[in-house]
Design a protein. Structure first.
Length: 84
């Protein structure tokens, strides 16, 4: 659950969403709520630094960043691999 809150904090830090992140469900489309491609790149770089992971090129697309849940699922998988 801490990962989800960290992701929400990172999204809020970039301030591109039309609604506050606390009002969005984990499945809400971030792009429908104001995230743009520039914001997604900023979020990605912040996530990589915060969690010590890298997003592979094939995941640099709109689907990977479409919701808090999608981001969390990727981050969780990467941090588990890193720990193994």
């Amino acid at each position: 659950m801490a990962q989800t809150q960290d992701i929400r904090t990172i999204l809020a830090r970039h301030g591109t969403l039309a609604r506050t992140i606390d009002r969005l469900s984990d499945d809400a489309c971030l792009f429908d709520n104001g995230l743009d491609s520039f914001g997604a790149v900023q979020v990605m770089m912040d996530l990589e630094e915060h969690f010590g992971i890298e997003f592979p090129e094939h995941l640099l697309n709109r689907d990977a960043f479409s919701s808090v849940r999608n981001i969390r699922d990727f981050v969780s998988g990467q941090t588990m691999r890193k720990a193994a």
